[in-house]
Design a binder for this molecule. Structure first.
Ligand code: FE
Length: 220
């Protein structure tokens, strides 16, 4: 087994540096969550009152998270790559541009990288430091993705962690773990399952699972 832990990039987490170290954050109690929500509401009201924030822009942001973002975007990217070899080539060469072709992206300046699963290589993504995640294609991260055990253990024992997701990876298959950051975020291009040759791009997109694009399960 070999683990590719790509750390060439600067793991700069500027959006998070103002807060506490994410590795020491414990789960909030309901009371703490309520207090936080109230605090956010007050800050928001203050920013709007001072004219520092446009409420319409805030609404647009919330709307984006509710309606335009989610794993269905990534699923469309995967289905296009499975059915259009030229698109797949562009996707693997420059994912940010290829994903923008389908109208996704532009939330931040983050760079998206798509890594391809093959019979010889299985990829899985993580953010070891906090919870960086490819929002434009996968939406908001699941809770377990942000959990300390996943973040630390998938790097040390990817095969064991994948087993907990019910995913057995053959010993002959190399597992690569990709560590996301604020600037560089990964998505997995799963292998197209056998027996799906008759499916249309749209039907394929409905089938692609979020967890397969994170790499903790194999696409079925
Ligand atoms: Fe992060």
């Amino acid at each position: 087994m070999s683990t590719k832990h790509d750390h060439d990039h600067d793991h700069d987490h500027s959006p998070h540096t103002a807060g506490p170290d994410p590795r020491t954050i414990k789960h909030h109690t309901q009371e703490q969550t309520q207090a936080l929500e109230e605090r956010v509401k007050k800050i928001e009201a203050l920013l709007v009152a001072k004219g520092l924030v446009n409420p319409a822009a805030l609404d647009k942001m919330v709307d984006t998270y509710e309606h335009d973002l989610g794993p269905m975007n990534g699923a469309k990217v995967v289905a296009r790559a499975w059915t259009d070899p030229a698109y797949k080539k562009r996707l693997l060469a420059d994912a940010t541009a290829a994903i923008a072709e389908l109208g996704f992206g532009g939330l931040q300046d983050e760079h998206l990288v798509v890594v391809e699963n093959t019979p010889k290589v299985h990829n899985v993504i993580v953010c070891t430091l906090c919870s960086c995640y490819p929002w434009p294609v996968l939406g908001l991260p699941p809770t377990w993705f942000k959990s300390a055990p996943y973040r630390s253990r998938v790097v040390i024992d990817p095969r064991g962690v994948l087993k907990e997701f019910g995913t057995e990876i053959d010993a002959k298959v190399e597992i690569r773990v990709w560590d996301s950051s604020a600037e560089l975020r990964y998505m997995v291009l799963p292998e197209r399952p056998a027996g799906t040759e008759h499916l249309s791009e749209e039907e394929l997109a409905q089938r692609v699972s979020r967890d397969a694009m994170i790499g903790v399960v194999r696409q079925t």
